[in-house]
Design a protein around this ligand. Structure first.
Ligand SMILES: Cc1cc2nc3c(=O)[nH]c(=O)nc-3n(C[C@H](O)[C@H](O)[C@H](O)COP(=O)(O)O)c2cc1C
Length: 240
């Protein structure tokens, strides 16, 4: 095996390992390419074909590196903000809404719609972004988490918030997951995290940029969709 082939195989294995927590597909693709280069080096196939594969490998490795080392940290950067209070005289219960604002306004529109719906249903609502300074969900009757799906997992600041929150002691939790259109795996991660934190899943809702949500909520406007969901939210189990 040439030193060049060994170098690229090592690089692809490394990037595959870096992609592992985020994407089985990227990891698999990276390791498959490594295996392909290994096979070519072993069978000493024609130099041109080898060159094409090596260039493809470099592009792939750069793509995986860029995704994991630049795009993911950029998208997952926590944003700190003050707590905003809504409907302070509400008597239905106290709700805390924690969300990651992200790069577009999709999550914010969904979450503020949910807040408006809760307030209309008589909830006292506190709203803030997921950061180290966000309040713990102690003393609340409902926790609402708004997170983007970033590479098939909920936005990291919201995951971090849940881990920091400790035992939720059966607190009802609603999750709003936004994405381009593929939020299924992030939904599963969110359900697992809420269960692991001792929360009681009270609803999980998706809003998408590329897939219509009208079929789910009767409207394609994420604000109106989540306002409608919150207005008719019913909790069981003695909270709220
Ligand atoms: C690094 C990265 C990974 C993403 N992964 C997914 C994904 O797994 N599924 C999905 O539906 N959308 C994915 N998206 C799209 C975002 O979830 C979508 O644009 C979003 O809900 C709005 O995010 P934003 O507010 O940060 O723009 C991804 C976006 C970025 C930047």
């Amino acid at each position: 095996m040439t030193i060049t082939a060994a170098f690229f195989i090592a690089l692809l294995i490394l990037f595959g390992a870096l992609a592992l927590p985020y994407s089985a597909i990227l990891t698999g693709a990276s390791w498959l390419l490594g295996a392909g280069i290994l096979a070519l080096a072993y069978f000493r196939l024609r130099a041109k074909l080898r060159a094409v594969l090596i260039i493809a490998g470099i592009l792939c490795a750069l793509g995986v590196a860029g995704w994991n080392l630049v795009l993911m940290p950029w998208a997952n950067q926590p944003v700190a903000s003050e707590v905003t209070h809504f409907n302070p005289d509400g008597e239905t219960g106290r709700a805390l809404v924690i969300y990651h604002p992200g790069r577009s306004d999709l999550q914010e529109r969904a979450v503020t719609g949910f807040v408006e719906g809760l307030a209309a249903a008589g909830w006292r609502v506190d709203l803030t972004t997921a950061s180290a300074q966000a309040p713990a969900p102690t003393g609340y009757d409902l926790l609402v988490l708004g997170a983007q799906s970033y590479t098939w997992a909920p936005a990291q600041p919201v995951q971090d918030y849940l881990r920091r929150a400790g035992d939720l002691n059966d607190l009802p939790v609603v999750a709003i997951l936004s994405g381009l259109g593929e939020t299924g795996p992030a939904n599963d991660v969110m359900r697992d995290l809420i269960a692991a934190a001792g929360g009681s899943m009270a609803g999980l809702y998706n809003v998408w940029q590329l897939r219509p949500i009208e079929r789910l909520y009767g409207t394609d406007d994420p604000f109106a969709a989540m306002r409608g969901v919150a207005e008719s939210l019913t909790l069981t189990g003695g909270h709220g």
